[in-house]
Design a binder for this molecule. Sequence first.
Ligand code: NAD
Length: 469
Amino acid sequence: DGAGSGKGPASGSASSENPYAGLVSHLRAAWLSGKTRPLEYRTAQLEALGRFLDEKKQEILEATALDMGKPSTEAYFTEILLCKNELHDTLNNLCCWMKDERVDKNLVTQLDSAFIRKDPYGVVLIIAPWNYPIHLFLVPLIGAIAAGNCVIIKPSEIAKNTEKLVAETLPCYLDSDCFAVVTAGVEETTKLLENKFDYIFFTGSATVGRIIMEAAAKHLTPVTLELGGKNPCYVSDTCDVQNVARRVAWGRFFNAGQTCLAPDYLLCTLEMQEKLMPALRAAIVEFFGSNPKESPDFGRIVGDKQFRRIQALLCSGRVAIGGQTDEKERYIAPTVLADVLPSDPAMQEEIFGPILPIVVVANMDEAIDFINARPRPLAIYAFSCDCKVVNQVLERTSSGGFCGNDTLMHVTLSSLPFGGIGNSGLGKYHGKFTFDTFTHQRGCLHRNMGLETLNSLRYPPYTPQKQGL
Ligand code: NAD
């Protein structure tokens, strides 16, 4: 049948009502056979993922450039290098992560064996978005394979060149009994979700996240939801303005702003807005030259629909830097909007494009109130030379992750859990956290058959002597 073929619905027991039933049951049979459990099997599949990244590197860079003009350095760093680091970390530690974990025992279980078995969930589904179209399915896939699961991967149909590359080439590297790529738009994904999975790992928007959770609830399937939102960035009056501008501009304009973790808007005083403007202008020129449209290091918007949505946000506050657009190329210049009001269009939704609004606040307390009055974001950023200020923002707010005095960089540490809270998501991954996400911690007690006299104390009849114990 079509397992691993990447050509969409499998035949076999598939019907027009449930075209994926055959594929899912094929994977389930492979999982039940126990094939994915040995360390050697998992290691071999993970090493094959490494070969996929090495051998298809050039094609990945080309496909992501075609999809969204992704600069090759950015593509190499996020789609190849970060994935290889995760692979390396997993291969180095898997043997230890997989081991049964011995736990404390009480008096009556002294002769027994009590342990946590690291069981795979079974057949899992990974659904990915388009903005980092390799990274966002591959990093979860590493953990899912490491934990011993069978996996269906559903890349985004929006990054169509990357989707095609993945569907055509990835199955050649992996065991087709256990791993399959399904290419699907909304309609087909809806059908795919009718099947029972043992775990669903979704990365994308909060709107679709709700749809996924509803579909999962029908089968009581556990989920991880990696969602987006508006990540605030507070800049205090005491900071090195040029360094702040560089670090903020890098995080905001990386991948042309299409990053779930990007600082979505700045909060600062009117004075700081005045100081930041020339520094941000200088940083943009330093990064992309005086005409960013000609820079090989500045990307494009992924599609026409997304372009028009972002363009409509430009009428917020006052365009202080940039603002130029070209629909044919889906180009939006690195833009900074000043004096933006909370009621402006740019503050109503996640921007997910190269626009940085600045909202003026009176002080840190007002910035914290502003943040806490809104849904909890994936990340909060705070810049200050004064540690106390950074710590105050950390203490008095809530978000998926936090980075003081920089943007995005916390994502590069696989020792840190990555994930949202509230509207920005549910669950966490990266490094060992990914392995744990795809692992069921099975509590096990293996009793000794001896010492029956001691055991008889808990058996009826509950005589007065036993009750007194
Ligand atoms: P999206 O939610 O539109 O799509 C994500 C995936 O869901 C795609 O594979 C798509 O085919 C599928 N999908 C879309 N509609 C569906 C439906 N009705 N039923 C079932 N599946 C459906 O998101 P996107 O536009 O691809 O990505 C942008 C969003 O993802 C942003 O909100 C961004 O913040 C978020 N994001 C989050 C992270 C994270 O790690 N937290 C990373 C990247 C992107």
